[in-house]
Structures are given as structure tokens and as C-alpha cells.
Design a protein. Structure first.
Length: 359
């Protein structure tokens, strides 16, 4: 018998239709470059910007083009997308576990997780319900508020109400939230469609902009504070990393500050009082457990000027490049990027063994 343990095939699922396609490509390259190849064999499965699933062989070719031609996204293959999709989906059955690295809609909102449940393959990260709650900021805010987590006040709007009575809807939100206010689509990420409003005119523009991305929009009280984040890792007994802080030169942490401005900095650990970081870590674990997360999540807070912490959001598929906050926080705690990847796969297998086998 072969003394060497059989290597597990790990489908690394990345790309996708969201604005975070490029980050996802970098995360996948990071994971495939660092994964412990003594134990795991990475199998790349890319999804193009148009939503076409590529087979592992096509994904390898597209990755070669990304490397040689310095492209930032996966090429759309010529020919019949539907046929590729069937072949690509079949590849999900030939792997031992999947590491989903697709952000946003159809990646971290529970739909992909539902597909993986149907296929019956173990996967890294949150299940269907936690993914759905993590993605939908409206449901998430309501849920956390009802569980007494400190969250910013908000008003939630529907596109149908807005179409019928723009003035009334804006006046209602203004009366409850006041200024400055943050306006954002319920289902979005990377700050896309998010703006800060200081006047009624701003507010109406911001609401119209946010409705370009979703049928639900949040108008939130602006919190005057610093942005701190905690990485949580584990299944039923999750652990919290040290706290990190993000600083940027912009009015808020917008798309440009997130991905294009090299003056944006991640600080690990955050320079905040010990009591505040302990509280952030406790709240992060409590939020993670409350929505029944698994594997990993990054939990983001505002550390307000008065010293209080406000829970902003839980990200179930956080940026996962070697330079991203989530891996950096664990690295600071002594867990290398490589070991973090191994641990996440182990957690996926553990979670899978606790449930039924799918179809
Ligand atoms: N209520 C708020 N108060 C202050 N800043 C906010 C508020 N809501 C959002 N922001 C700013 O907008 C950024 C993006 O909003 P966020 O809710 O985190 O959505 P995304 O999923 O796009 O990251 C935050 O990182 C922060 O800079
Ligand atoms: Mg955010």
C-alpha cells in the first residue's frame, strides 16, 4: 500500500459576476500558491464575469493568460456556455471539498452554498442560512438589532415604495435618520452603490443610486468612528483573532479606497484600548454564533469616538489574498496563510461529516 496519504482534491471556486471578480482571482491565486500540496491538490474552477462556469482545464488556460498577459479577469470562452457549465458543474463531484472564493451575489449569499449542499460536497465557510444573512444587510441589521447587538439605526426602503412616492420616502427617512446618513443597497459589497448624504438633495440622489443595485435599500445613521475588524475561525467553538484597523484617505471606505488607493493601510493589531479590543472580539464571536456561521467570517465594527463599538457587518467570504485583513489577522496570531487554508479545509470536512449526504 502507498504509505503516502492520498491527497485531497480541493476545488478552488473563484471569479464570478460581482465587482469583486478581480479580488477573487487574486485570492484564488494566493490559495493555490500557498496550499499545502503534501496534503491537498488544488483544482481551479473559475466563473467568468458573464457567469460562465469553466472546467478545471479551461480555468488553467485562463489563469495562464492572466499570468502571461497581466489580465485581471478570467476570459470568457468561445462557444456554448451552457455546455461548459454542465461539464464544470460535474467537476464539483470529482473533488473532495470546495473552497468558495466568489464574493457577492451567487457566491456568498447562500445560493452557491445551496448548490454545494445539493451536490453533497464539503465546502469551506458558512452554510446557506448564515451566508444569506451575511449578504443581505437589511435582514442582517434587523436580526442583530433583535438580538440586542449594537448596530446603527436604519430605515429600510423598497423600490416599489420609492417608485410610488419618492418625496414621501425621502422625507420619512430624513425624519428618522437625519444627516449625515449612509445609503446602501441591501445586497452589495465593496461599497458599490453606497454614498454619504448630507442634505435632502444628496439623500434623494443617494437613494436613487442605491436602487440601481437592489430592490432594498438601507438609510443608516452615520457613525463617527474608526473601522476595526476581527477574523473569526471555527465551527461551533469559533475563535477570534486580534483586532485590526483600516485607515484610508477618503470620506469613507469606498471602492477606490478599498482597491485602488495605495495609501489605504491595514494595521494589525489596532491601536485601541485593551478593553475595546476584548469587547470587539467577544461581540465578533457572539455575532458569528448568532447567525450560525461556520469556517470563517470577518466581523466589521465602528469604534466610535465615545469608545463604544457598533457592529457594521459580517462578511462570510472576506477578501482572502495573502495581503487581505483576514489572513493577516491570523498571521499575527501565529497561524500562517498555509496553515489557515489547511484549517479551513479541515473545518469544512468536520462540518460535512455532521450532516446528511445531499442528493
Ligand atoms: N452607518 C455608517 N456610518 C459610517 N460609515 C459607514 C456606515 N455605513 C457604511 N459606512 C462606510 O461605508 C463603507 C461600506 O459600507 P458597508 O456597510 O461596510 O458595505 P460593504 O459591504 O460595501 O463593505 C464602510 O466601510 C464605511 O466606511
Ligand atoms: Mg464593509
Amino acid at each position: 500500500m502507498n504509505a503516502r496519504r492520498k491527497r485531497l482534491k480541493i476545488g478552488v471556486l473563484f471569479g464570478g459576476r460581482s465587482a469583486e471578480h478581480e479580488v477573487s482571482v487574486v485570492s484564488a491565486q494566493g490559495v493555490m500558491g500557498a496550499i499545502d500540496t503534501g496534503r491537498f491538490q488544488p483544482v481551479p474552477i473559475g466563473v467568468t464575469r458573464q457567469g460562465t462556469w469553466l472546467t478545471p482545464a479551461q480555468t488553467e488556460q485562463a489563469l495562464d493568460r492572466i499570468r502571461s498577459e497581466r489580465l485581471k479577469s478570467l476570459d470568457e470562452p468561445l462557444g456554448d456556455g451552457i455546455l461548459y457549465r454542465v461539464q464544470a458543474l460535474a467537476s464539483l463531484r470529482r473533488v473532495d471539498a470546495v473552497f468558495p472564493l466568489i464574493h457577492g451575489t451567487n457566491g456568498e449569499d447562500g445560493t452557491l452554498q445551496g448548490l454545494l449542499e445539493l451536490v453533497g460536497v464539503p465546502y469551506v465557510g458558512a452554510g446557506v442560512a448564515a451566508s444569506a444573512l451575511g449578504m443581505d444587510k437589511a435582514l442582517q441589521k434587523t436580526f442583530f438589532r433583535h438580538h440586542n447587538f449594537p448596530v446603527a439605526d436604519d430605515v429600510q426602503l423598497l423600490a416599489s415604495q420609492w417608485r410610488n412616492d419618492r418625496q414621501g420616502v425621502a422625507a420619512g427617512a430624513e425624519a428618522i435618520i437625519g444627516y449625515p446618513a449612509f445609503v446602501k443597497p441591501a445586497n452589495s459589497g465593496s461599497s458599490i452603490g453606497t454614498s454619504k448624504a448630507r442634505s435632502r438633495e444628496d439623500l434623494e440622489e443617494a437613494i436613487a443610486e442605491a436602487f440601481r443595485y437592489d430592490r432594498k435599500v438601507l438609510v443608516e445613521r452615520a457613525i463617527d468612528g474608526r473601522e476595526v475588524e476581527v477574523a473569526v475561525l471555527g465551527n461551533d467553538e469559533p475563535e477570534a483573532s486580534p483586532v485590526g484597523e483600516i485607515t484610508y484617505h477618503a470620506e469613507f471606505y469606498d471602492y477606490h479606497a478599498k482597491y485602488e488607493d495605495n495609501t489605504t493601510q491595514l494595521h494589525v493589531p489596532a491601536d485601541i484600548p485593551e478593553t475595546a479590543s476584548e469587547r470587539a472580539r467577544e461581540l465578533a464571536i457572539a455575532a458569528y454564533k448568532a447567525i450560525d456561521c461556520a469556517g470563517l467570517a470577518r466581523v466589521d465594527f465602528f469604534y466610535a469616538r465615545d469608545g463604544s463599538l457598533v457592529l457594521n457587518e459580517v462578511n462570510t467570504i472576506p477578501g482572502f489574498t495573502p495581503m487581505s485583513m483576514y489572513p493577516k489577522l491570523w498571521e499575527h496570531a501565529g497561524l500562517s496563510y498555509r496553515d489557515l487554508i489547511s484549517r479551513l479545509i479541515e473545518l469544512a470536512l468536520e462540518r460535512h461529516s455532521e450532516k446528511g449526504r445531499g442528493l
